[in-house]
Design a protein around this ligand. Structure first.
Ligand code: SF4
Length: 239
């Protein structure tokens, strides 16, 4: 039986297939943090529209968001959905940044990853996926970001159950991969692209997948059987 590929093998194949993805799409580490908060429960396109509004008004800085009336902030980020909730989250994140680090993301480097993760997780509305995205993409800390795409792809590859908890999935990646922020950066981006382009929730495009798995082969076989088993139409048998 052929040996199952390791997580590192799969990353190498994905990296060969997609090439460098250059995440996170942002101009500054603070913009990464804002994007990580705004992307909760919405598409990236909507985040881009909200960020463009903030940039147009020249308010995409910790100080401006901190002093801006929350109603105005909510209006500017309206395209990202759940805008009242997200305005509160942005306000509490920027207040934390201003009060504890003088509004400088770089000053967060004074804390080690565990301590910083703990502090960020205490902020209202910031869950592990958002916090880890900030740690990895704004602060270049070697923290593997888990999301529904990661659980789906690697669940289908048989590494764990798709319903695995965030913490357990992250523990798994941390145990299998070297603690390398650049590797984690690219790998998470590759997973997102794979899940959006091929490993769809229903009807995945397994025939074209760069990292085929047993689940995918079974899906292809089932589709072929379903097509073969389809009863012949009257016109097919009339001759
Ligand atoms: S073969 Fe199909 S199920 Fe497996 S990872 Fe690729 S797209 Fe997903």
């Amino acid at each position: 039986m052929p040996k199952s590929p390791s997580l590192l093998d799969l990353h190498l194949r994905l990296s060969k297939f997609f090439g460098p993805l250059g995440w996170w799409p942002a101009e500054t580490p603070f913009e990464v943090c804002v994007g990580a908060i705004l992307t909760q429960n919405t598409s990236w396109k909507n985040v881009e529209r909200a960020v463009a509004n903030l940039k147009r008004e020249c308010v995409l800085t910790p100080h401006c968001i901190d002093v801006m009336p929350i109603e105005h902030l909510a209006e500017l980020i309206r395209p990202s959905g759940y805008f009242n909730e997200k305005a509160k989250k942005l306000k509490s994140f920027t207040a934390f940044l201003m009060n504890e680090f003088g509004g400088r993301i770089e000053a967060m480097h004074a804390l080690d990853t565990g301590a910083l993760r703990h502090r960020l997780l205490e902020l209202p509305g910031l869950g592990p996926e958002t916090v880890d995205s900030i740690l990895l993409y704004a602060l270049e800390r070697p923290v593997f970001v888990i999301d529904a795409y990661t659980k789906r792809v690697f669940g289908r590859h048989g590494f764990f159950e798709e319903k695995i908890t965030y913490a357990k999935a992250q523990e798994f990646f941390h145990a299998q991969l070297p603690a390398d922020a650049r590797l984690f950066n690219e790998y998470h981006a590759e997973i997102v692209h794979l899940a959006k382009d091929f490993c769809l929730k229903s009807k995945p495009l397994c025939g074209h997948c760069p990292i085929p798995c047993a689940f995918g082969r079974a899906t292809i076989a089932e589709t072929k059987t379903a097509k073969t088993d389809k009863p012949a139409r009257r016109s097919d048998t009339a001759a």
